[in-house]
Design a protein around this ligand. Structure first.
Ligand code: WTA
Length: 653
């Protein structure tokens, strides 16, 4: 390992290791190398071919209309029904007996739902929504735990042409109300409660509180799934039990087709301002890319695979890779309600073993917490069914990548590090198993049909080995069509930095082979004495130290150097490093790994890091601490007390 070579980054990331595509994947991979070639010859013809893998009631003749850029129209004169594509199609093809969902509740109760059964459930729910007066184009808020009804509700809403806005169950009443109001939802589908960490977390009270907040609101009814069996207040005339209403419904529902550009869902995501953005996705293009990427990136064999994506349906990963992608492809999947450590830290691995999971898709933050707990826990389970592992949500540091492959994947499984966003709707950058030689820590290559570039601030492509801003150069089928109620913000946020091109807000580096390394959000990229440095890069170096479990790095304003690097680290349980030794040791360690310019000015040992409910570290709050400011808005933290814990226990050199 060199410390300050000409290419310190490449030698750091993955230690230069490359894993050739495994032969078993190469032989019969869904996405052969020829796909990329076809796509690069004629991008639009390639996407049209992928779209034709869906069932269209009226075939499209036009592929892309970009005349109203940046508001794209894909396959616009075609008509289809998204739910029919995800359910009925498989039943009609004779696969009705295939399991769609192996669901497991946190207390250990289970449900197995075949595609035929799913069709009956979705049809009943669609009939119920229509009975409640929900019209095509109406918005329906979904605030549910990870239970089959979450999937059923989303599909039923799509089936009648209404628009879902799924709000993660961990959001507060106030956040829920803001989302209900912005979308103008007419109905909320919720549950009494859901199981988390061994007890019932109530949901219905938050809906009651949300709807009791002052101001006009649009909700007519609240449909309540019985799950937690906790006591709930009832508003007669407004509230309805799902199980009572659904019992009276017919199990057949004739679905009509909608235009390809018919809105499918709104999903709120946080931006640089305080107000969440309602990202709008539509039907034909979104489903095309969600299905294609799910099939090709995960090498899906629907007859054999048992696929498990651990994301909650409240996030985009749950939309595209729990609901729409896998179901469009007729996959059999696991759905799990609870937390990874209930009732014991081996819960996930016992699920993998019990259902024979073959494909696992999760986030680096989960992998790192398993690393911290130690390999004895997964080692106690038979994980040999796994043949492919996926990662999403943040840059995966090479150490976590190697641990994931070695400990979870038994040293055999390819890993696909998938880069994408709520706004992109589906995977944009990922190695293809059986095609791409894998580099630990790199998302590597745009998927076929996607144009990616790394530009400097003036819009020029950076040379190989250089770092810059990630942009998407061409419109893509699953792209967000707009921000709900705010088309100007859509244009301004994503399309004004480099006119005509989509600015993702992420930094990236291209290595000598042209492979992409994601460096984190550009607002987290620091400038220290004129050198551009990535927080992700330094975090990666820190967690590579055997004593470090997790690390977060921020750039704090500094008179002399512009920004100074400040690190917050959690030490591994039983680490052979005292708190007092940690700072000098780790500063030297980073300097050794990346180079002296990357040496943190300060290293604080902390007990916890501030994270959002989706597991993202909130660096903004750490920056406040590092700059000695009053800590800002903490309402989106999973645990709002964490900043106090950090502040009171902060040690520095
Ligand atoms: C980050 C999640 C590096 C990135 C699907 C992006 C990643 C943001 C990766 C979107 C990855 C996601 N490597 N960074 N494989 N995947 N990101 O909207 O900063 O919740 O802009 O979508 O997560 O987060 P979002």
């Amino acid at each position: 390992m060199t410390t300050a070579s000409a290419e310190p980054i490449d030698s750091l990331q993955g230690g230069g290791r490359v894993f050739p595509p495994s032969e078993s994947f190469r032989r019969d991979a869904v996405a052969g190398p020829e796909l990329a070639e076809t796509a690069s010859r004629d991008r639009l013809a390639f996407w049209a071919e992928q779209a034709r893998a869906l069932q269209w009631q009226r075939p499209f003749s036009e592929v892309l209309d970009w005349t109203d850029a940046p508001h794209a129209r894909w396959f616009a004169d075609g008509r289809l029904n998204v739910a029919v594509n995800c359910v009925d199609r498989h039943v009609l093809a004779g696969d009705g007996e295939r399991v769609a969902l192996h669901w497991e509740g946190e207390p250990g109760d289970t449900r197995t739902i075949t595609y035929s059964e799913l069709l009956g459930e979705v049809s009943r729910a669609a009939n119920l929504l229509a009975d409640l007066g929900v019209q095509p184009g109406d918005r329906v808020a979904v605030y549910l735990p990870m239970i089959p009804e979450a999937v059923i509700a989303m599909l039923a809403i799509a089936r009648i042409g209404a628009v879902h806005s799924v709000v993660f169950g961990g959001f507060s009443a106030e956040s829920l109300r803001a989302r209900i109001d912005d979308a103008g939802a007419v109905l909320v589908i919720t549950a009494d409660g859901g199981w988390r960490k061994g007890s019932v977390a109530p949901l219905k009270p938050a809906v009651d509180a949300a709807l009791a907040l002052p101001g006009e609101q649009t909700v007519r009814n609240v449909l309540v799934v019985r799950r937690g069996e906790n006591a709930v207040d009832w508003s007669e005339g407004r509230d309805l039990w799902w199980h009572e209403e659904i019992a009276a419904m017919d199990t057949t529902h004739e679905a009509r087709a909608f235009e390809a550009e018919h809105p499918l869902f709104i999903l709120y995501t946080s931006g640089t301002t305080g107000k969440p953005k309602g990202i709008l996705h539509t039907s034909g293009g979104y489903l095309t890319q969600a299905a294609f990427t799910h099939r090709s990136v995960f090498d899906l064999k629907p007859e054999q695979d048992v696929y498990w994506c651990t994301a909650d349906v409240g996030w985009i990963t749950g939309h595209s890779y729990v609901v729409y992608g896998p179901l469009a492809n007729g996959a059999t999947q696991v759905l799990y309600e609870g937390t990874p450590d209930s009732p014991d830290p081996g819960r996930w691995w016992s699920i993998v073993e019990r259902y024979g999971v073959t494909i696992l898709y999760t986030a680096p933050t989960a992998i790192r917490s398993f690393m911290k707990a130690g390999r004895a826990i997964p080692d106690a389970h038979d994980l040999t069914s796994l043949r492919l592992l996926g990662s999403v949500g943040e840059p995966i540091n090479p150490e976590a990548w190697l641990w994931y492959r070695e400990v979870i994947g038994g040293g055999r499984t390819p890993i696909v590090d998938t880069w994408w966003q709520t706004e992109t709707g589906a995977i944009m950058v990922s190695p293809l198993p059986g095609v791409t030689a894998a580099k630990p820590g790199a998302a590597q290559t745009p998927i076929p049909g996607i144009g990616i570039a790394v530009l400097d601030e003036s819009g020029e492509p950076v040379p190989a080995g250089g770092g810059g801003l990630l942009v998407v150069t061409e419109p893509w089928p699953a792209m967000a069509r707009t921000i709900w109620n705010d088309p100007e913000r859509f244009r301004e946020t994503y399309w004004s930095t480099f006119p005509g091109r989509y600015f993702a807000g992420d930094g990236a580096r291209l290595d000598g082979d042209g492979d992409l390394w994601l460096l984190g959000r550009v607002d987290d990229v620091m400038n220290v004495s004129g050198h551009r440095l990535s927080t992700a890069e330094i975090e990666s170096a820190l967690v590579a130290h055997p004593a470090v479990a997790e690390a977060a790095v921020v750039g704090a304003a500094d008179e002399a150097t512009g920004q100074a690097i400040v690190a917050f680290v959690i030490l591994r349980t039983g680490a052979e490093l005292t708190d007092a030794d940690a700072s000098p040791t780790l500063r030297a360690h980073v300097a050794e790994r990346i180079g002296p310019i990357a040496r943190p000015a300060r290293v604080h040992v902390v007990a916890e890091l501030p994270k959002t409910r989706s597991g993202k570290i909130m660096r903004r709050l750490l920056r406040d601490l590092a700059e000695g400011r009053e800590v800002g808005d903490t309402t989106t933290l999973a645990d709002t007390g964490v900043m106090r814990t950090i502040q009171t226990g902060m040690h520095a050199d």
